[in-house]
Design a protein around this ligand. Sequence first.
Ligand SMILES: Nc1nc2c(ncn2[C@@H]2O[C@H](COP(=O)(O)OP(=O)(O)OP(=O)(O)O)[C@@H](O)[C@H]2O)c(=O)[nH]1
Ligand SMILES: [Mg+2]
Length: 207
Amino acid sequence: MIVKSAEFICSNTQISKLPPPVKPEYAFIGRSNVGKSSLINTLTGKKGLAKTSQTPGKTQLINHFLINENWYIVDLPGYGYARASKANKANWDKFIHTYLDKRESLQCVMVLIDSRLEPQKIDIEFCNWLGEKGLSFVLVFTKADKQSSVKTDQNIAKFRKAMLATFDEVPQFFITSSETQLGRDEILAFISNINQHFEVPFFNPPA
Ligand SMILES: Nc1nc2c(ncn2[C@@H]2O[C@H](COP(=O)(O)OP(=O)(O)OP(=O)(O)O)[C@@H](O)[C@H]2O)c(=O)[nH]1
Ligand SMILES: [Mg+2]
């Protein structure tokens, strides 16, 4: 897929104010600082589209970006931000879980995992929650440029093994780098394929 246009549409904390669920949508989620916003900029080829930062906790809202005028990328706040207050964490959980669970047009959750790390409990738990809800998701290993491909492969193998404790099958995965654009074409092809089969879900527009 060629990305011809990518534009910021809106930032939200309220589910009721999201754009109507009439276009296929892909949510990018993962631990704080894993590289969600950077990957979105790499996929779209627009450097400043999603705000990135070396400081975790940069993205705070549900941000919708419209691609080629017919599908959405959604940038979400990261989970596991150590410095967030308990109340904020609980708030995050409720808000994001409601969004993921209720969004009719959500086609696939892109779960970003730092490829440099051994399996993290918080990532596995989040995948388990998606599995329980029956939500379709893929794993996107990030920052692969930061170490050797051997190390990346080892960490992915460990993650897949950890997932097999609760899943019969491990979901599809991608290896990416926002620095080198590794994995960009594969993710866009994956999305393009799903978009072709999208049917507008039934929904009641607000009066
Ligand atoms: N080397 C390298 N650095 C990366 C890559 N992706 C992201 N980074 C860096 O990691 C830091 C965090 O990136 P973000 O894209 O802001 O991460 P995020 O997941 O959106 O973070 P929050 O919004 O805070 O949850 C930034 O300093 C990026 O430059 C990558 O593929 N390679
Ligand atoms: Mg971000």
